[in-house]
Design a protein around this ligand. Structure first.
Ligand code: CA
Length: 222
């Protein structure tokens, strides 16, 4: 389901937006402050963000800049006050894709969201487990918004585990899928690569995602 994060401190407006988006088949997340909105965006990597310019905690321009600085490239539509033309220009300078001037028709917002999401493109499939986000086509992985640098084999292994989240994968199955049946690897290569992956994915996080199932294999789950 396509998720949209609404960061807007006007409670009535954010509620209406959330309701209409859900009626349109989106999953809506709502935050009322800039700082918590940024945290939620980094943790859940929504498909699009609707961002008010003037917010408590952190203003919308800064939120947008921080998102881009951390490599998040989802469409961001900024909401600005009427006649605040310089704000609109600044919003686009700070990485927003579009803006709407309040008051606006919600239909217009939905139409633009759909257009930007289409442009952002279907090839950008994303696998998400908790705050771990993997984009197969871009070969990118982030945990908690921080980009991880993985080797090709580590990436393939993580992608395989994420595609089968919650399912225990035996070493043999991992070997077959990630290394291929013709590979003649050292016997404990899966364990070695799991160790590398844990170093990069789990070690600096309290919540460990890669779990060992004794004498069976490994599973990725929260
Ligand atoms: Ca506001």
């Amino acid at each position: 389901m396509t998720s949209v994060l609404i960061i807007e401190d006007e409670v009535n407006l954010s509620r209406i937006l959330a309701r209409v988006l859900e009626e349109e088949g989106f999953q809506a997340l709502v935050e009322y402050r800039g700082d918590s909105g940024l945290e939620t965006a980094l943790a859940s990597a929504p498909d699009a963000v609707v961002l008010d310019l003037s917010l408590p905690g952190m203003d919308g321009l800064r939120v947008c800049r921080e998102l881009r600085a951390r490599g998040l490239r989802m469409p961001v539509i900024m909401l600005t006050a009427r006649d605040a033309v310089p704000d609109r220009v600044r919003g686009l300078d700070h990485g927003a894709d579009d803006y709407l001037v309040k008051p606006f028709a919600i239909e217009e917002l939905i139409a633009r969201l759909r257009a930007h999401l289409r442009r952002a493109g279907e090839p950008n499939e994303r696998l998400v487990v908790a705050d771990l986000v993997l984009e197969p086509s871009a070969r990118r992985v982030r945990r908690g918004g921080r980009e991880l640098s993985l080797t090709a084999q580590e990436f393939d292994l993580l992608e395989f585990l994420m595609r089968h989240r919650g399912q225990v994968m035996s070493r043999q199955r991992i070997l077959d899928h990630v290394w291929g049946y013709e590979a003649m690897p050292v016997s404990n290569i899966v364990d070695i690569y799991i160790h590398y992956l844990r170093d990069k994915v789990d070690n600096s996080n309290k919540a460990k995602l890669i779990k060992t199932v004794r004498s069976v294999g490994y599973v990725l789950r929260t």
